[in-house]
Design a protein around this ligand. Sequence first.
Ligand code: KG4
Ligand code: ZN
Length: 342
Amino acid sequence: MRVLGIETSCDETGVAIYCSQHGLLANVLHSQVALHAEYGGVVPELASRDHIRKLLPLVNTALQQAHLTKLDLHGIAYTSGPGLIGALLVGASFGRSLAWTLNIPAIAVHHMEAHLLAPMLDVERLQLPFLALLVSGGHTQLIAVQQIGHYRLLGESLDDAAGEAFDKTAKLLELPYPGGKELAKLAKQGIAGKFHFPRPMLDKPGLDFSFSGLKTAALNTIKANLPLSLQTKADIAYAFEEALIDTLIQKCRRAIHMTGIKTLVLAGGVSANHKLRATVDAMMLQEGGQAHYPRLEFCTDNGAMIAYTGCQRLLAGQSETLSIEVKARWSLIENNYVNYSR
Ligand code: KG4
Ligand code: ZN
């Protein structure tokens, strides 16, 4: 089955074609970073308009890359939430309409399920059950995956998501947008032990997170050290990243102990962070388990993860009616679907 995947939930237009027999056949992406940079963050209306401009040319490029025509497709998958409503509507209305004209099924994909399954674009058979730490710009969640399509929420952020905390702290340090990656780069020059930030909620039982206090701690440290030298900025970035990663790691370790599950999948934009990956690897070695990550290009938003997830859902017998629905907020758990074991 060959599925066209369309991702337009935020500031990336992603299009890909995934084949259940031959894997990924095409993957193209247009990033809107340059468009939003001067505003220091995503401007929703500009995002929607740019998706409209870029989507059709990207679909044509993906088809060319795969040496296919539209008639060779068996299904169309599009992100229908969570995300920016206008941006989602572009991909959903385009994808649903194209499927209708081609008389093939369409499938609405949950953006976070797609992040969660992204490692499977490279590792076909992940041992089930596994734990997943989803760390993106909008979400921080620990999920137990019993099987593909069956997700149990173990814990989540009660306020800022991990990526959001990275981005907001980067902005406080006057780093260019998008900040997470820039902060991580600067942290490499930081000196350990110069500053110490709190590890929120580690003193409480359970698997929820809270990152807004960490951002406030960074703000207070910045104010107390003005004017900031480049080295002080790097030292603050180091302490922030260390505290955030330490918090994520300790909660993952707790989840492993609570569930006895020793396979951990990391996904979402923040899983591109090298220090997080190295720290998770070290922790999993101690725990006698194994961690899996998506390829770097599949950590952040992309069409490949949507095409892959849509393909799994279509193979599980799902498809949409002719109505087009998008959701700014959408719990991954609500999205659980019929058991599908490969
Ligand atoms: O998954 P994603 O592309 O979009 C959402 O679904 O939100 O994640 C974007 C987030 C941003 O907050 C970005 O700053 C963060 O991922 N991010 C990073 C790194 N690369 C991207 N955060 C820390 N270190 C990185 N290397
Ligand atoms: Zn995302």
